[in-house]
Ligand binder design. Structure first.
Ligand code: ADP
Ligand code: MG
Length: 260
């Protein structure tokens, strides 16, 4: 079982869209996936049709030491499980910072999940900030997957998470995560800028950059408001095609590196 954090301190780059649709496509390929919604805004939770509530969410195991397994819920998609977020998670940053174990706490809490044989991948959707929750995700993950918008500030955000956050956490031995992948998102083929961003990212990160590029499409933006993943909402569209290709590549890359 691998824990993959989807992270980027910049908001609106496609973290949640990628987390939800990658999980759906991995489940479609017969994998069992657990999506951990680490964003207090609970966008991923809502997108999969679950109302964030104060009863079942990640806050309780993090702060009240309840068993993490109790907080896992099934979604309407076979093989796709979720650990929902709730607004209370916003308070976790303060509580954990006070306790002084904020970097290791999430890892500690999620550790029992590694024994759940039936889960192939745990995917963490991180909040758009450089706060405790985001660094906790990196401290917990085996792999870091960074969605990068095909726009000018996309590269800056990538440099930030890679050079500042990941490198300094690695140096302090706060994480063993590696930058496994970069996914270019919201690609608009009509702009020259988008193409030059792709070129630049691929030049700097030839091995890390996924071949699959996620196009900008209205349907991907609409799907969450119907509580559907893109393969349900627009199964024959370019968004579904792209996320299916991404899931294939995600699995294929792990085969090549001989990691599961
Ligand atoms: P993040 O989690 O990084 O903040 P989201 O995945 O929530 O980003 O995406 C930000 C907004 O853009 C959302 O409204 C989402 O529905 C929309 N969106 C995400 N990816 C695409 C895409 N490829 N094409 C069009 N809209 C997208
Ligand atoms: Mg998000």
């Amino acid at each position: 079982m691998k824990i993959v954090a989807i992270a980027n301190q910049k908001g609106g780059v496609g973290k949640t869209t990628t987390a939800v649709n990658l999980c759906a496509c991995l489940a479609e390929l017969g994998k069992n996936v657990l999506l951990i919604d680490l964003d207090p805004q609970a966008n991923a939770t809502t997108a999969i049709g679950i109302t964030p509530d104060s009863e079942v969410n990640l806050y309780r195991p993090l702060v009240d030491d309840t068993p993490v397994e109790d907080e896992i819920r099934e979604t309407h998609i076979k093989g796709f499980y979720i650990l929902p977020a709730a607004l209370q998670l916003a308070g976790v940053e303060v509580t954990l910072a006070q306790r002084g174990n904020h970097h290791s706490r999430l890892r500690e809490v999620l550790e029992p999940l590694r024994d759940l044989q039936q889960i192939d991948y745990v995917i963490i959707d991180s909040p758009p900030s450089l706060g405790v929750l985001m660094t906790s995700a990196l401290a917990t993950a085996d792999d870091l997957l960074v969605p990068v918008q095909c726009e000018f500030f996309g590269i800056q955000a990538l440099a930030g998470i890679y050079q500042e956050v990941l490198a300094s956490m690695q140096a302090a031995e706060l994480t063993h995560a590696r930058l496994e992948g970069i996914v270019l998102t919201m690609y608009d083929g009509r702009t020259r800028l988008a193409r030059s961003v792709i070129e630049e990212v691929r030049t700097h990160f030839p091995n890390e950059t996924y071949k699959t590029i996620i196009p900008r499409t209205v349907r991907l933006g609409e799907a969450p408001s119907h509580a559907k993943t893109i393969i349900e909402y627009d199964p024959a569209g370019v968004g579904a095609f792209a996320y299916r290709a991404l899931a294939d590549e995600f699995i294929q890359r792990r085969r090549e590196y001989r990691v599961t």
